[in-house]
Write a protein that binds this ligand. Structure first.
Ligand code: HEM
Length: 412
């Protein structure tokens, strides 16, 4: 699966500098610009909200090259790092965590967390995940759908939130009240979101204190014993890292579940096959995650030195946004890349929606398992589930946010 497009074509100079992010007229489908960029201007310049310019990278091979290279920084303090909206700049006020660090600091923090998210560790979490998801599904079903139920509020958004709380070791008695803060933080902006973020951060910092005094058998307690008490981690980094893991993937998992449901409803014969054979869950989720990229704006970098990608010079201090949504449909890499087919044959590592290289999502196996259990349980329990409105009347997230569905009324 190699590119058929020549270096001369890839080196074509951008002719204009459009505003970015592009609009998404088809809801969660890719912006109209993506396919043309892949063909004609795979590395081109765009203008961001504050008037600064940066590069966007549209092809699978070029995205891989950037994300694997140590010539690009993930540190948001690096000159030229591209921010998508003004809110992103607040991240600069905190000490960074490994998601926004370069080697060697990145590796040493990431190492502290890897063992919690290996395929083996995720397998052990399956019974807890299954129970969490079935309980949430049961309460949505119990409420009924005389009035269409919002699939996001009643089911999808609580799944990653409750699961990560249980992994971290949040006491069961606190999960409902704390979930409220996670949901407000995820779904609103301005003061309400800020206040919920502060409440969450304060709660988690106090929980860390309690576990320092009296460790149990959860993720935070393991970090207390292996990293904090051994002097590898101070309290400020500990709190920041716990908060990172608490919030990092919630929206992406929620949106992947919701977009997966809509995509399957739009492909009824494939959905039928999945309902009749739930063992297809792994393939279904792999294809849903490739076809619908819930993390389209996550993989951003700044060049640390002058470098050349596919014939295009990128200068030190210039920003780069990897269009992983475009890369995941790149037809020069994926056969029939713009089509949804649960039998498509490719390696799940080729899905760049989880990133690539040293920063590739640490919790990929966890996220895949959550989505597999959610889609399987849902269509086994509610085989007649359908949208209560046409797809174009769903409420989607705005272009400056990662791709997702904000409201999704369903009936069954
Ligand atoms: C469908 C769900 C998810 C998607 C699509 C996703 C996507 C991503 C992407 C694209 C990156 C790399 C960002 C970059 O290149 O700079 C990343 C990193 C990361 N993700 Fe996820 N993620 C998901 C779920 C999760 C979950 C559930 C968690 C936590 C429990 C999580 C925690 C992290 C962390 C901590 C990193 C930083 C890794 C590093 O920098 O070394 N993600 N994720």
């Amino acid at each position: 699966m190699t590119s058929t497009i020549t270096v001369a074509e890839t080196a074509a100079h951008p002719t204009a500098c459009p505003a970015f992010p592009f609009s998404r007229p088809e809801g969660f489908g890719p912006p109209a610009e993506n396919a043309g960029l892949r063909l004609n201007e795979p590395i081109s310049k765009v203008k961001l909200f504050d008037g600064t310019e940066c590069w966007i990278i549209a092809r699978h091979s070029d995205v891989r090259e950037v994300l694997a290279s140590d010539k690009f920084s993930a540190d948001r303090r690096t000159p030229g790092f591209p921010e998508i909206h003004a809110g992103g700049i607040k991240a600069l006020k905190k000490r960074p965590t490994f998601v926004n660090m370069d080697a060697p600091g990145h590796r040493s923090q990431r190492n502290m967390f890897e063992s919690f998210f290996t395929p083996e560790a995720v397998e052990k979490l399956r019974p807890m995940m299954q129970k969490t998801i079935e309980t949430l599904l049961g309460s949505m079903v119990e409420k009924g759908c005389q009035e269409p139920a919002d699939f996001i509020r009643n089911f999808a958004e609580s799944i990653p939130i409750q699961i990560i709380y249980r992994i971290l070791g949040v006491p069961e008695a606190d999960i409902t009240s704390l979930s409220h803060h996670s949901e407000v933080r995820m779904n609103t902006s301005g003061n309400a979101a800020e206040s919920s973020e502060q409440s969450l951060a304060k709660y988690m910092s106090t929980l860390v204190d309690k576990k320092i005094e009296d460790p149990g058998e959860d993720l935070i307690s393991t970090l207390v014993l292996d990293q904090y008490k051994t002097g590898n981690l101070d309290k400020e980094d500990f709190d920041n890292l716990v908060f990172l893991v608490l919030v990092a993937g919630n929206a992406a998992v929620t949106n992947s579940i919701a977009m997966g449901v809509v995509t399957l409803l739009q492909h009824p014969s494939q959905l039928e096959e999945f309902k009749n054979d739930p063992s297809l869950a792994g393939k279904v989720v792999k294809e849903c995650l490739r076809y619908n990229t819930a993390s389209a704006l996550n993989s951003r970098r700044a060049a640390l030195e002058d470098t050349v990608i596919a014939g295009q010079k990128i200068a030190k201090g210039e920003g780069v946004i990897c269009l992983v949504q475009s890369a995941d449909r790149d037809e020069s890499f994926f056969t029939k890349g713009t089509e949804f087919d649960i039998h498509h044959d490719y390696d799940s590592k080729d899905n760049l929606g989880f990133g690539y290289g040293p920063h590739r999502c640490i919790a990929e196996h966890l996220a895949r398992a959550e989505i597999e259990i959610a889609l399987t349980s849902l269509f086994q329990r509610l085989p007649d589930l359908k949208l209560a409105v046409p797809v174009d009347q769903l409420k989607f997230t705005p272009p400056a946010q990662n791709i997702g569905i904000a409201e999704m009324p369903v009936v069954w």
